[in-house]
Write a protein that binds this ligand. Structure first.
Ligand code: TRP
Length: 334
């Protein structure tokens, strides 16, 4: 059976981009794969916070969102990364096989360290090695991620391959990236050239997964557009990234093509489209929000799910870890 591993960071502010670019796709894939959905709290530590209680809260919140979005907690393995020490342990072993040249090429590190040089620390630098450990520990065959993570998955593949060759043994499966395409890449509502982001200081740049209907209406109303009418065709929108983005969002939510959206609204001005887009978004997000809020009231249930996930993940990961420890020459006392 094919096995998926994926994860998101519990940094709060989950938004429509996370839903369309990750959760919605996972929900569709869960029938066909054995799935591990991780809440990558160790990765979240690369943005150190002086409010540790918030990280714990956000970890439970992500669990609630996973379930509210439609991931079945009975059939999928949902767990916090830190609950399985094997991630960190495997990361160390893998890091002893990771050439610095590979890490130096990672565009995400370059971006993040450029934006905030005081945070250019070892954790951020070795982030892709931990991510490789997340995947390889469970022998995942497929990893669904947004295209910004593609380079990290390729590094995980290279690492698995070179490790296997070095020890002359198929210790790791080589994971396939399942890149969730451009069509579902959601950009900022204020700047169509930037990804919708949890860390954008402008609240109005993103639709939060638990924004109320009023807030959603307001945000779309104020979303950046231009003085031209709604396009009749979806191609040739290179110079209108904001318009392209709004059309893409509508299409992804309605499960129709962007061209179809242009057929529906072409030639009109933007007000009716924005209202329709808000309505559609609310139709999709409101049930999710209601479920999320109910689950949030039940931390004991969420903890139970995560503990069950921990047990299941431990069982799968243990096998890889033992084999790797054995292969590299660590003494087994148990
Ligand atoms: N780095 C990923 C992101 O920011 C999150 C992540 C961590 C992940 N470990 C992973 C995704 C393993 C897939 C598989 O989106």
């Amino acid at each position: 059976m094919k096995r998926i591993l994926s994860g998101v960071q519990p940094t709060g502010n989950m938004h429509l981009g996370n839903y369309l670019g990750a959760l919605k796709q996972w929900v569709q894939m869960q029938q066909d794969y054995e799935c591990l959905f991780c809440i990558v709290d160790l990765h979240a530590l690369t943005i150190p916070s002086s409010q540790p209680h918030l990280l714990r809260k956000h970890t439970l919140d992500v669990a609630a969102l996973y379930i509210a979005a439609g991931l079945n907690p009975e059939t999928n393995i949902i767990f916090p990364q830190s609950a399985i020490p094997g991630h960190s342990e495997l990361m160390w072993i893998l890091s002893c096989h990771t050439p610095l040249g590979w890490l130096n090429r990672m565009t995400q590190f370059k971006e993040k360290s450029k934006n905030n040089s005081s945070h250019a620390d070892l954790g951020l630098y070795s982030y892709p090695v931990l991510m490789a450990a997340d995947i390889l520990l469970y022998q995942a065959t497929d990893v669904p991620v947004g295209d910004d993570q593609k380079q990290h998955i390729e590094m995980a593949r290279d690492l698995a391959g070179s490790f296997n060759r070095f020890y002359g043994k198929d210790l790791f499966k080589i994971p396939e990236p399942r890149i969730i395409g451009h069509a579902t890449r959601v950009m900022s509502l204020k700047d169509g050239t930037k990804k919708m982001s949890k860390s954008d200081p402008a609240e109005g740049s993103r639709i939060g997964l638990i924004d109320s209907p009023d807030v959603i209406f307001e945000k779309f109303k104020k979303a950046k557009t231009d003085a031209f009418p709604f396009p009749e065709a979806f191609d040739s929108l290179q110079d209108r990234p904001e318009i392209r983005n709004l059309i893409t969002i509508y299409a992804a939510l309605a499960d129709i093509t962007p061209s179809k959206v242009c057929e529906l609204f072409g030639g009109q001005n933007f007000a009716p489209f924005k209202a329709a887009l808000a309505e559609l978004t609310i139709e999709v997000l409101d049930p999710l929000r209601q479920k999320f809020l109910a689950l949030q009231q039940n931390p004991d249930y969420l903890t139970k799910i995560l503990k069950k996930g921990q047990e299941d993940a431990l069982e799968i990961g243990e096998k890889t870890l033992k084999e790797v420890q054995e292969a590299v020459g660590l003494l087994q006392l148990l």
